[in-house]
Design a protein around this ligand. Structure first.
Ligand code: ZN
Length: 306
């Protein structure tokens, strides 16, 4: 796939070559488009299912508890500017933890999820409304005060269809919030092919502040601001990237926490290193945030009205 899947330009260049995927040992390149600035995984597998093990993001109780705590803080920040609870749509809502927090704050909530298995928890255990499939399942009405796409856009095969769909479903004064990795971050540039958030082919696209602006404007949206406030994912990204660089193994610690990597010498080594690297990782994450080159961007945007 030499031409850019976003803008179709044939002016692209491989910025990282021969990245090996850990489950299948398949080789991927990361190509950057000169025209729109978006980078992408090449080649793109026809079927991505084999690259998503059953436990993908299926963290244990303690990690889930921690993530939920961070979700709570984040959602408080997002909802603060609304005088009263509104209506929120989360694209790629997973088991529905975020929507559950919104609902407890009095918001009306709807989720969209690609995996029926994952959606089942949200639907059956939490009793949330979740559609399984694409954005066209959601009526095209300007009814959402907030649409959230949290650590999901980099995984989807067609981000522009989703973003255009969001632009048409937001209220005129509504806000889209997207969390995505930043391939121009300090972390990505330092770690190169060891960057923990690279993760091809689960990640199909890699954005920068500039390329997110390009793609959003192509889809009828204008950026309000970009924040680098994902302290937990940013620090963990540093930790895992540093361990990757030292050991030459890829994301062993993260995979162990997901229950995908069995307990082994590699895991013990990663744990021992993390003991020494956790504080430097937190400090580096703060440096990234202060210099506006954090590894995760929170992009806030509004729809362009004709
Ligand atoms: Zn392009």
């Amino acid at each position: 796939m030499k031409s850019c899947p976003i803008c179709n330009s044939s002016e692209t260049n491989a910025i990282l070559k021969s990245e090996k995927e850990f489950l299948s040992n398949t080789i991927f390149d990361i190509r950057e488009c000169f025209e729109c600035g978006v980078s992408y995984t090449d080649p793109r597998p026809d079927n991505l299912d084999p690259y998503y093990p059953t436990n993908y993001r299926g963290y244990n109780f303690v990690i889930n508890k921690l993530l939920k705590m961070f979700y709570q803080g984040r959602i408080n920040g997002w909802t603060r500017r609304f005088k009263k609870p509104g209506k929120v749509l989360e694209i790629g809502c997973g088991p529905g933890y975020m929507l559950d927090v919104f609902r407890k704050k009095g918001w009306r909530v709807l989720g969209l999820e690609r995996s029926a298995d994952t959606a089942r928890y949200a639907q059956e255990v939490l009793g949330l409304d979740v559609f399984v499939g694409d954005i066209d399942l959601i009526p095209e009405k300007r009814e959402y005060d907030l649409i959230i796409i949290f650590n999901v856009l980099e995984h989807v095969t067609d981000p522009t269809t989703i973003l255009r769909g969001c632009a048409k479903r937001l209220k005129p004064e509504g806000t889209l919030i997207i969390n995505i990795p930043n391939i121009n971050s300090l972390q990505a540039r330092y770690a190169g092919s060891h960057w923990s958030h690279l993760d091809p082919p689960r990640h199909l696209f890699y954005f920068t502040p500039k390329s997110s602006e390009n793609i959003l404007s192509k889809c009828g949206l204008t950026i309000n601001d970009i924040k680098y406030n994902s302290f937990e994912f940013d620090s963990f990204g540093w930790l895992q990237s540093l361990i990757n660089k030292i050991t030459g193994h890829y994301n062993v610690f993260a995979l162990y926490l997901m229950g995908i990597e069995p307990f082994s010498r590699k895991v013990v080594l990663a744990m021992a290193l993390s003991f020494f690297l956790i504080i430097p990782s937190c400090v580096l994450s703060i440096v990234g945030r202060l210099t506006k080159s954090g590894a995760l961007m929170q992009v806030s945007a509004r729809p362009n009205l004709l």
